[in-house]
Write a protein that binds this ligand. Sequence first.
Ligand code: PFF
Length: 448
Amino acid sequence: MTASSIAPARPHWSSRLMFVFAASGSAVGLGNIWKFPYIVGENGGGAFVLLYLACLIGLGAPLLIGEVFVGRKGGEFPASAFLRVAREKAMSRLWGGLGALGAIIALMILAFYSVVSGWVGIYTVDFAQAVLGGDAARSGADAFSAMLADPTLQLSAVTAIVVTAGLVIYYDVTGGIQSVMRYVAPLFVVLLVAMLVMVAATTGKLGEAFTYMFQPDFSALSVDAFGEALGHAFFTLSVGMCGMLIYGAYLDDEANIPRLGISVALLDTAIAIAAALIIFPIVFAFNLESNGGPGLLFIALPQGFTLLPNGDLFGLGFFTATLLAAFSSLIALMIIARHWLEETLNVSGSSATLMAAGATWIGGAAVTLSMTVWDSISILGLSLFDFLDQATSSWLLPISGLGMAIFVSRAIVPDMPEGPVKIYLRAGLTYIAPLGIVVLIWSKAVGF
Ligand code: PFF
């Protein structure tokens, strides 16, 4: 990373825009393109979108802003950052545990994130081959199941992605992120907008998708939908796992964190909605299942692409954009793990990078094998994949989010200048987040 002239002692982003690019590179990922559309489909559309937006505004964005503040004050090492800020405020050392919890959640997410990124890689290569005149790209449920049943193919994809991500990080963390994001972010947005326009023009179903996404039908909502919306608000903004803290560490003291944070949250939300507005017109045009769950992206969408004129090109564009988004998020997650291993084990950055990449690969390999050769093994009745997904999104992220909300509302918010931003953060972090998360955890534990 380039050292800024503002504070030579600490590296800084070369520009504020670079912060927004890098933080969005972390935030925009499989959560936006793979998960958001399928949970909207599973929860009946508009009412869920509204609930999700409320969670983003009420809890997600305030937490994002809070995490960035902690990073700027405490530095780029998760546990030390919380410790340093806590010490300054004469708060307990135990708050350092939030950094460790965040990093452990990141490692758990990495195990399945690397696998789904691998699937995206496999589909991207498939569509590229189809465009170049090779075999037709895989499409439909059978092709997806065949891929899931092939450990060698999945392991190769996980290995390729994890090794590439490890190399990017190994050769200078933030410099790596900046140079990757400088090209990836604009390319991604161009691809996505092009896809949106082409899909709208070819299917003629954009209006229907709009109605589905924005006309609330509250009868389709369940209590579980609240948990899903809340957990996903954290996941998509990379908060609750120190994803944003690290980027805050490289911000200069003059940067307007609330404004930058809101920009990242808006961009992330716009991209999730754009992805859904690409997927649902295809689903409606070809009468595919909108509630197809995690397979929506890999089963329904390629089926739609094969029915569209120039479908292979659509497929290649879409899966390339998704791969870019997944890759930059994977790097961001691995950087959290690297920093935490570095501070905890007191090893060099390069060793910590190797360890983070190794841990990701082992996790990814275990998830892959648990779907194939070890498929008889289950944890609490769930596959390893579902266990990691549910444990992080439904339990650990809300718990660490609650801790961070309490911490930021005590350690950061009181020092902020009076005004609407302080009122917003106080409302979100002191009242809405704790109340929402406690109700969520209670409803899950007791069930109502
Ligand atoms: N926000 C990413 C997504 O929506 O796919 C996931 C993620 C990336 C979480 C990086 C945390 C993180 F640090």
